[in-house]
Write a protein that binds this ligand. Sequence first.
Ligand SMILES: Nc1ncnc2c1ncn2[C@@H]1O[C@H](COP(=O)(O)OP(=O)(O)OP(=O)(O)O)[C@@H](O)[C@H]1O
Ligand SMILES: [Mg+2]
Length: 251
Amino acid sequence: MRIIALTAGKGGVGKTTLTANLGVSLTKMGFKTCVLDANFTAPDLGTHFGLNPDTTIWDVLNSKEPIEHAIYGHDCGLHIIPGSTGVEDFRKDIYKRLKRKIRNLKYDFLLIDTPPGLGDDAISALTPAKEVIIVANPEWTSLSNAYRVYQIAKKMKKQVVGMVLNRQLVHEYEPDGLMIKKFTGLNVIGEIPEDIVVRKSIAVQSPVTLSYPESKAAKELERISALIGGIDYKSSKGWFHNLMKFIGMTV
Ligand SMILES: Nc1ncnc2c1ncn2[C@@H]1O[C@H](COP(=O)(O)OP(=O)(O)OP(=O)(O)O)[C@@H](O)[C@H]1O
Ligand SMILES: [Mg+2]
């Protein structure tokens, strides 16, 4: 099972949006996938799917509740483990406990959404993951924090899959992927445009890869997922699209 944490070093850059959508895309590509909300400060992964869960990962971590009770199946095939707020009881070892609880899960991919910032909770949230994806906006404030978390992830011996640049506006005063790679050494594996449909998809509680699959943002998320899954995106697009069309999931 590939366990990948999505981290940023800064809040509000799109970690949760990416976790939800990469989870959907990997599922659509045939990978058995689960997304887990390990952000106990602002747990909103479930909201992206319209979940109102009775049991969350926080309950599992703080009782004898088995993790299976916190797994919710979505119509698209993705499994979701939602979170709830636990900031008042936060202890660093919670993520060690999480690592033990997920040990026996059987997925191709487990994507972990993490808390914002560079504090104890955000950094120790990387503990259960073997791999890390760094999310950033094309602003220097976001990028400098992304670079800090990159250094920390390397020290923790995590395999850094790369950086995803989210909310790209293509202004000449903002850096693009090539420039970032040159200055940080970080591989930029995707550049998702600023796209109003992303906000709309959150409003309808259906990730953009499901609600607006033909949008530029959804296409780029799909391409990133193919790259993570080791699938040739161009050649897979034909049969995948045809299959989705055949089963009525796209036009
Ligand atoms: N590509 C995009 N285009 C437009 N809006 C976006 C895009 N990506 C994310 N957003 C918006 O940005 C906001 C923040 O996104 P999100 O909640 O995923 O960030 P986060 O990093 O998980 O935040 P936090 O650190 O609070 O957990 C959301 O309201 C979402 O609608
Ligand atoms: Mg979030």
